[in-house]
Design a protein around this ligand. Structure first.
Ligand code: TXA
Ligand code: MG
Length: 318
């Protein structure tokens, strides 16, 4: 792998695009200081230019070169959760140009823990300037289902990406928790494996919920993480009735045992972290079944399911 990581770092330095594994989902990376490379990243992903991208950095010290005066609260969160599945939104330093922040004065920063992501960031920064960052959205087309394997990335982009580093299936399976710490009180913009309760415990203050009218983060775009096949969330008690109505035209994602009237049925774990780990591969598989509708059995309305519910609600929104 080390030769491949070296080659990946060279491609990034030359302005190319490299997909790499992280503990959450696969990212599609470009040199965050190279405007042309970032422009190509946006174009391949078909992402609108005003939509900011997360900068991935090797460690907290490197990360904060992209931020202006991080608050004690931001430093505390970094200390507790980096490297790991947490993205912090901070006021940008002049190093973070508008073409990575979507024209905003804040920047998204994350130190991933996956060993291949770490190796790539180390290699890239060593041969570059101190704290060099890789700008990386999830390696899927804009609005689609995030990738949790190298095969997902290849399926979405083919040779539009210069290299895909294969680190096996992602361990967390859904995107990082995003906390905005750019202005006073911390605000949760996207739920993830790191829960609100864990964040609160780390900093000793309440974490506010995002204002759903703010358009500039993933929460602002209702339909997201969505398969091409229409999908619908149904409560457990209504599942049978829906299946009776639609029969073999549906594919089902559920906790319960398969029903013989349905050809495509994936059974999901009753534990939220295990469910999250499998979620995107399952949605991609059911999307490929050629059915008219994907029925998703709604998970419990409990705090430990917040991140999974968030992704399912977006995948099922029209
Ligand atoms: O787990 C993850 O975070 C993955 C892996 C690859 O690291 N990345 C990821 O990137 O999910 P992406 O681009 O698919 O989603 C990042 C979200 C976007 O919805 C973006 O709007 C938000 O982070 N974001 C980035 N910078 C922001 C900023 N300055 N203010 C508000 N939201 C921001
Ligand atoms: Mg994404």
């Amino acid at each position: 792998m080390t030769d491949e990581v070296r080659r990946a770092a060279e491609i990034l330095r030359a302005g190319g695009l490299v997909a790499f594994p992280t503990e959450t989902v696969y990212g599609l990376g470009a040199d965050a200081s190279n405007q042309a490379a970032v422009a190509r990243l946006y174009s391949v992903k078909r992402r609108p230019a005003d939509h900011p991208v997360i900068l991935h950095v090797a460690d907290a010290q490197a990360a904060f070169t992209w931020a202006h005066k991080p608050s004690p609260l931001a430093l505390r969160l970094a200390e507790c959760f980096w490297p790991g599945p947490l993205t912090l939104i901070l006021e940008r330093s002049l190093r973070a140009k508008y073409y990575v922040t979507g024209g905003q004065d804040t920047v998204g920063l994350r130190v991933p823990s996956h060993p291949i992501a770490q190796a790539l960031l180390d290699e890239f920064a060593t041969a570059n300037e101190f704290g060099s960052a890789i700008a990386a959205p999830s390696a899927n087309r804009f609005g689609g289902v995030s990738p949790t394997t190298a095969a997902h990335v290849r399926g979405d982009f083919g040779d539009e990406v210069d290299l895909v580093l294969d680190g096996g299936p992602s361990e967390v399976g859904i995107e990082s928790t995003i906390v905005d710490v750019s202005a006073g009180k911390p605000v949760l913009l996207r739920p993830g494996r790191i829960s609100k309760a864990q964040l609160r415990e780390a900093v000793g203050v309440d974490i506010l919920e995002k204002n759903t009218n703010s358009p500039r983060h993933s929460g602002g775009l209702e339909r997201h993480y969505a398969p091409r096949t229409p999908a619908r969330l149904v409560p457990t008690h209504a599942l049978d009735k829906e299946i009776a109505k639609l029969g073999d035209k549906v594919a089902v994602l559920a906790f319960s045992r398969p029903d013989e009237r349905v050809d495509y049925w994936l059974r999901m774990p009753r534990e939220p972290d295990a469910y999250a780990q499998k979620l995107y591969a399952a949605l991609r598989e059911l999307d490929g079944a050629g059915c008219e509708l994907i029925l998703v059995e709604a998970p419990p309305d409990a705090p430990e399911w917040a991140a999974v519910r968030d992704r399912l609600e977006r995948a099922c929104s029209h």
